[in-house]
Design a protein around this ligand. Sequence first.
Ligand code: GTP
Ligand code: MG
Length: 198
Amino acid sequence: LFARPFAFVKGCVRLADLPPMDRVEIAFAGRSNVGKSSLINALCGTSGLARTSNTPGRTQELNIFESQSENLRIVDMPGYGYAKAPEPKVKAWTQLIHQYLTGRATLRRVYVLVDSRHGPKDNDLSVMNELDRAAVSYQVVMTKIDKPSAKELEANIASTYATIAKRPAAHPDVILTSSEKGDGLGHLRSEIALLLEG
Ligand code: GTP
Ligand code: MG
């Protein structure tokens, strides 16, 4: 599945720009700077596929990537919780994220990325609430596990499992990743492969 290249298709600033609903879609959502674009690059094995940055707010559109061999579309989303951009822009992103996450019939799963140094924050919980309400399947992926100490990581994994317990649309397993070191990419790839089979 990830042996063949993925290609950038387009960036969308409104739902009307999205491609037709003719593929299985997965989306990567999470706070600004959590590592969404980096994880997509690591997953696809192409370093410059999605643009990444040290500065939060890098991804400003719904960026669409498609597999050249499989029926799969990956959506890189703008981050939420970013307060430094001009307010109308933040409002527009928030609305776009909300509309896309709750209104896209071909969206098979959302990967909700949570920074392993912090655990879930209030805006992560809001997104999970929204996905639960809309009955959109999601799975939490912890990012940057190369960063925290073993002790911090253990505590944040525990709080993440506590957060997803009893959430109807949440996958029961949390995926632990480092785009930098490559941890967890095999786990994530196998979860995505299962979606395509099912
Ligand atoms: P926005 O598009 O602004 O919402 O951010 P994003 O979630 O796409 O984050 P991005 O992938 O641009 O990464 C943000 C920063 O975190 C970059 O400086 C990355 O190099 C760094 N980063 C991402 N993943 C990892 C990781 O696994 N380990 C470490 N140490 N750094 C990471
Ligand atoms: Mg990004």
